[in-house]
Design a protein around this ligand. Structure first.
Ligand code: NDP
Length: 518
């Protein structure tokens, strides 16, 4: 039995970057806000920690195969850590190709003998039951998610968990209406579906993938990310509690190679992956020629476009939400701010003022806006890209804020004077870092927004409805939000263009991905 060594404490990437601008460089109106939040102020927020006791984290977890917890073939475990404290949370089974084989065997049997034979309305009842149990155990899910991923409890409680439960509820409704999803044709399930998910929305990505797969009559083998396995393993308990037939859902933890073993197994008829573009490409290459259905939800470098007629304070809130939600570790994050030159100075001043009020720190505190970065490796990626921005000549600004002394935290960061050729304008940073570019005309805004290898999402801020329609139609992005950002709903499809992948998740389109029709 081996276990991974605790990660070394990262050198603060903030220190490697250029120093923050002095306070005087902040927006003129900032001092009253900043002082209102200073620790000594009577207006300061008192700590409001959520109780860790709500998460009943066990010391060790096995693999969930055929309805039972099983030991991995290797007998090995890995440790999952709390990114906010660097403390170990639990030991988790280190699965391998051998375990993937066992899980796929169970899923294949469950599909042929049970799930595909079951009346659709009976399948729907299981999905409703799962959704209900997730709602009943929502605080346990939220606390477990925050401890394992570093995201603020406010977000896991108010966004991740309710949305995950809503996906099961929504797709439960489709389970006995599949003939209406593909009118005039006969809907059929693929069979066994292999799913590999990332660490930024561990439970939500699980729900995006498992709910439509089950509703369409497939069975599932899912691999969570190695740094965030706990809510997926809690979900395995929910499957048991819901009395889901054994083998319908199998959850196996293990390294990336095991993910590839799932994807390439000939018995897996459909593969769904969310993560980096580089791994997405490897999976597409790995299964090429096997005739499998594939959906890839990969990276992004979204433009959040603010026109001069926008309601500025509302737009500031949207830009803040667009880049600092989940520490910016969001594939559709609005990581490029495109602001019209005529209002750029005013807008940046208001943005800086708002950034000084962001509370960075303990993710378990209900007041926290920006929590911990998920892993040391991700901290290093962010630090490296921020350093490249400074080296290439962009201007870095960070609000004054005190970061916790332990854990992986990164200051909210704003770059101005960014050229489109800079790496911080082209590459996905996946951290709380915003790159600002200005434009003069509508056409220039569209051209700059589309000047990216990605095409997942975009935002438009203007009071003119006609401009929203005109610009949205020309943006090469799968999702375009207007006067809002990062809005998700189980009924809305989500997915990208170009290097952001292909296929859609959510809504009717997300159901189609799990159906064959003849
Ligand atoms: P990865 O793409 O490596 O991880 C996503 C999932 O794929 C994880 O479950 C991972 O497993 C698994 N995986 C890794 N290698 C393979 C493989 N060869 N075959 C099959 N599955 C594999 O992302 P990272 O964690 O390395 O993050 C790197 C960058 O990717 C981030 O900085 C960000 O830019 C981007 N990213 C984008 C996401 C999105 O939502 N679009 C989500 C996460 C990252 P394991 O965890 O065990 O390595």
């Amino acid at each position: 039995m081996s276990s991974e060594q605790p990660p070394k404490r990262p050198e603060r990437a903030v220190k490697r970057a250029a120093p923050s601008a002095p306070t005087a460089a902040a927006a003129p109106a900032a001092p009253h806000v900043a002082s209102a939040l200073a620790a000594s102020s009577p207006w300061a927020y008192s700590p409001a920690p959520e109780s860790k006791e709500l998460a009943l984290i066990r010391p060790r977890y096995g693999l969930f195969i055929d309805g039972q917890e099983r030991a991995p073939a290797s007998g090995e475990v890995v440790v999952t850590y709390n990114p906010a404290t660097e403390e170990p949370l639990a030991e988790v089974a280190k699965g391998s190709a051998e375990d993937a084989d066992r899980a796929i065997t169970a899923a294949d049997r469950a599909h042929r003998k049970v799930w595909s034979k079951m009346e659709p309305r009976e399948r729907a009842k299981y999905l409703y039951r799962i959704s209900r149990i997730m709602q009943e155990r929502s605080r346990e899910f939220a606390v477990t998610e925050t401890l394992d991923s570093g995201k603020p409890i406010r977000e896991s409680r108010d966004v991740d968990v309710p949305l995950a439960a809503a996906h099961f509820w929504y797709y439960a409704g489709w389970a006995d209406k599949l003939q209406y999803a593909v009118p005039g044709r006969r809907p059929e399930s693929h069979g066994v579906v292999g799913q590999v998910i990332p660490w930024n929305f561990p439970l939500l990505m699980l729900a995006w993938k498992i709910a439509p797969a089950l509703a369409a009559g497939n069975t599932v083998v899912l691999k969570p990310a190695s740094t965030t396995p706990l809510t997926a393993l809690l979900f395995a308990e929910v499957c048991q509690q819901a009395d889901l037939p054994p083998g319908v859902v199998n959850i196996i933890t293990g390294p990336g190679e095991m993910g590839m073993a799932i994807a390439t197994d000939p018995r897996v008829a459909k593969v769904a992956f969310t993560g980096s573009t580089s791994v997405g490409i490897k999976i597409a290459q790995g299964i090429a020629g096997q005739g499998k259905a594939l959906t890839l939800e990969l990276g992004g470098k979204a433009a959040n476009i603010v026109f001069e007629d926008a309601a500025l304070d509302q737009a500031v809130e949207g830009v803040i939400n667009g880049i600092f939600f989940n520490q910016g570790e969001v594939c559709c994050a609005g990581s490029r701010l495109l602001v019209q030159e005529s209002i750029a100075e005013e807008f940046i001043a208001r943005l800086k003022e708002r950034m000084t009020t962001l509370r960075v720190g303990d993710p378990m505190d209900k007041n926290t806006d920006v929590g911990a970065i998920n892993s040391r490796a991700q901290m290093e990626t962010i630090g490296e890209l921020v350093a490249s921005g400074v080296a290439e000549g962009a201007r870095l600004w960070q609000p004054e804020c005190v970061l916790p002394t332990r854990g992986w935290f990164y200051k909210p960061t704003l770059f101005t004077g960014v050229a489109q050729s800079h790496r911080i304008a082209r590459e996905e940073i996946f951290g709380p870092v915003l790159s600002t570019i200005t434009f003069r005309t509508v056409d220039e805004a569209i051209e700059k927004a589309n000047n990216t290898a990605y095409g997942l999402s975009a935002g438009i801020w203007t009071e003119k409805g006609s401009r929203i329609l005109q610009v949205a139609a020309q943006l090469k992005a799968g999702v375009v939000w207007a006067n809002t950002f990062n809005r998700f709903d189980p009924t809305s499809p989500f997915g990208g263009y170009k290097e952001s992948g292909y296929g859609r998740e959510g809504g009717l389109q997300g159901l189609h991905a799990y159906l064959r029709s003849s």
